[in-house]
Every structure is written in C-alpha cells, then in structure tokens.
Design a protein around this ligand. Structure first.
Ligand code: ADP
Ligand code: MG
Length: 385
C-alpha cells in the first residue's frame, strides 16, 4: 500500500527526521490561510498523488508570493498529472502540499528496500539524488551504494557511517546523518514497510539535513497491526477493480491484456495465464476466486472483470476439488444472464460434479463454449476474440 508524500512526512517527523514545515490543502481557497505558516521567502506547492516524477511533470511549483501559492494551488488541484510513473491516463490531483522552500546545497538519495534477491532489507544511497536518480541508476550504477542489513543485528551504526563516507557527506554532518538513517530504519521495521525512500535528502546551505520528498510502501499483510498506517489509505488512488475485488475476498490483480480469467487457486491461475501467453494472447488479470468459491463469488468475479473495458473475452478455468463444478456452473449462468454478457466465454470444468456442471452450461442456451482441457480453452478464447 502506498501513501502520500505529506503522510510520509508526518511519519518522518514523528520519528525525529527533519522535514519542511507545511500543510496539505484540498481547495485553493485554503491556500491563503496556509501561507502564513510559511516563514521562508519561497513556498513550494506540490501535487499529492501516488506517483513520483512530479517535479519533471510540472507537479512541483516554486511560489514567491501568496498570490503565486494561490494560483499554483488552483492550477494543480483537479488537474490530471501525467508523470513517467502514472501511465498515459495520469492521476487526478486532489490535494496539494504547501511547504517551506529550502536553500538546497546538495541533493542525496536515501532509501531502504526489501531486497528479494538477498532476502534482506538493504540501505541504498547516492550523492546524485534528485529527479535524475533513475538516470544515475541506469548510466552510473557505481554511483549508488548499498548496505545489506542482517536481520538479527539490524542496521548498525558502522554501516550507516560507511554509507556516509561512500556518498561524501561532509564530516561535520555524519553523526546527524547516522541518527537519521537509524530512525528511518526503525520506521521500516516497525511499520512493516517494503520501501521507504527520501529523494532528495538535502543538505541546505545552512548545513542542515532535511527530507524534501518521501515515498513509502507498506506490506499489506502487516496492515492489521498498523492501524495508524491503514488510516492513511487513499482508495481513490488504487485500482478500482482491485479495491472492489478485495471487498469480496477475491484475489485480483489488474493486468494489461484483453482476456479475462476466472480461476480457482493461485497455482491454476498462474498456469492459465501462462497458457494464454503461450498461445500468443495477453491476460487482462490474475483472479483467484478461492478454493471454496460460492455462486455469489463467481457472479462478483464476473462483475469485476466487466468493469474493465479492455476485456474482450473470458476464460473460466475451474478444477473442482472442495468446490463443486455444478455450483460454479450455476454462478456462471446467473452472472452471464444478469450482466447480459455479450463477449465470448469459454469454460473448462474438471473435477467434482464436472458432468453436472457441463449439463447446466449446455441447458442454459447461452452462447458459452465448453472445452475439455485448459490448453484447448486458451486456444479457443483467442480464436473467438
Ligand atoms: P518528485 O520526486 O515527484 O519529482 P520531489 O518532491 O522530489 O518530487 O520534488 C522535485 C524537486 O523539487 C526536488 O528534487 C527538489 O529539487 C525540489 N523541491 C521539492 N520540495 C522542495 C522544497 N520544499 N524546497 C525546495 N525545493 C524543493
Ligand atoms: Mg522526489
């Protein structure tokens, strides 16, 4: 789960990491009231969306007067901001953060990530932070330093100090930087993060370290024990179909293709997607209706698939173990009727009560293609679309 920059900064502040004074607003009318809290000559007006790359896309504005703060807030609020991380559709800006501008001497990158290759939390830092960090990672990967953290000892001060030397932090700032890294690591562990990133971490002309941007991603499996983090959730930033699916207890992940898949069991869902790709198609989603899906589950699954106008055909691949194929078949027939399905539907039913299920499908007089095995099913749906 992602959160907004202003929320991440609130967390940083709670853990003693310096951030600029600022306030979030949802209506440009609030801009004037907020501006008095700004004690610097310039204020920065920042679009709050769950995506980075805002600076380059015009989502971060430097304002030199209250009028400019108002105008930039008006300009950004309601706008669809397109950055290299949002996709072509962009994301609507519903809030802006107005904060104190700071005199930047140098921008660093600092982050912790759960590295699945080494199965450990890794500290990542660079002295070439800022909006070009992706370029640096691509062209000069040797300018990016890493420390693999042992899960038993946690981040040690000597590792944090080594990183400070790697990225050439001025010597007089190192103790402060080490403290900052230890605190950031504490957030990562205590709040079940997958990623925390400060980019840029700046050294100001006054020789202070300040987090100017913050990005955090949390492990959803840990949210039950982090209610404060859960309260930061902004469902309007998440995929509408994924949110709807989670309400019905369905594991659904939206993808880019055009073949909707309804499958029971994660392994079978993966195999189904593989087969579709093997025959030259692209799945529109991963969807696991669960091992003991009910008629209602199946209807909901269809509804969610049909929210996606990219879906041009549906392939249902069910292996009835605990689940009975006749129950699933009833669900499919009901869903097809209720939703007036007008795209091709291919079904493979195998396992408990498969023959009963097939009979229900045949007697429904709906335009549904039943196949004997999953390979045939993948081919058939491609042929039909
Ligand atoms: P993004 O990463 O989405 O582009 P950032 O918050 O990192 O957005 O802002 C982009 C750039 O804008 C930063 O690298 C920094 O140079 C500048 N910037 C952001 N916030 C401030 C601020 N409070 N004061 C001065 N400059 C800022
Ligand atoms: Mg940034």
């Amino acid at each position: 789960m992602n959160i907004h920059e202003y929320q991440a900064k609130e967390l940083l502040k709670n853990y003693g990491i310096p951030v600029p004074n600022g306030r979030v607003i949802y209506d440009a009318k609030e801009a004037e009231k907020t501006s008095w809290t700004i004690s610097t000559d310039v204020a920065v007006v920042k679009a709050q969306i769950h995506a980075g790359g805002r600076g380059k896309a015009g989502g971060v504005k430097i304002a030199k007067s209250i009028d400019e703060v108002k105008n930039y807030s008006k300009e950004l609020l309601g706008k669809k901001l397109v950055t290299h991380q949002t996709g072509k559709k962009g994301k609507e800006v519903k809030a802006v953060l107005i904060e104190e501008g700071c005199n930047i001497d140098k921008e660093y990158y600092l982050g912790f990530v759960l590295d699945r290759d080494t199965s450990s939390i890794t500290l990542i830092a660079s002295e070439e932070g800022g909006t070009e960090i992706e370029e640096v990672a691509l062209r000069n990967p040797d300018r990016i330093y890493k420390e693999k953290i042992d899960c038993l000892t946690g981040l040690t001060e000597f590792q944090a100090r080594r990183i400070c030397f790697d990225i050439n932090l001025p010597i007089e700032i190192i103790n402060e930087a080490v403290r900052l890294m230890m605190n950031l690591y504490r957030i990562f562990v205590e709040k079940d993060c997958v990623l925390v990133e400060i980019n840029p971490l700046v050294l100001t002309e006054e020789k202070k370290l300040i987090a100017l941007d913050a990005k955090m991603n949390f492990d959803e499996n840990g949210l039950f024990r982090n209610e404060d983090i859960l309260s930061y959730r902004d469902l309007s930033e998440e995929d509408e179909k994924e949110v709807e699916a989670s309400k019905h207890g369905l594991s659904y992940i939206s993808l880019d293709g055009n073949i909707g898949c309804v499958v029971n069991g994660a392994g079978l869902a993966m195999a189904t997607m593989d087969l579709i790709k093997l025959h030259g198609g692209e799945p529109a989603n991963f969807l696991d209706v669960g091992g003991g899906a009910s008629e209602e589950n199946v209807t909901n699954a269809f509804k969610i698939l049909l929210l996606d106008d990219k879906v041009k055909g549906i392939f249902v691949n069910i292996f009835g173990g605990i689940m009975k194929c006749d129950v699933i078949a009833k669900g499919i027939v009901n869903a097809a009727k209720e939703l007036k399905l007008n795209i091709p539907l291919v079904i493979r039913l195998e396992g408990t009560n498969a023959d009963l299920g097939m009979e229900i499908i045949k007697n429904s007089n709906l335009n549904i293609f039943a196949v004997e095995n999953m390979g045939e099913g993948a081919k058939k749906i491609l042929e039909l679309i």
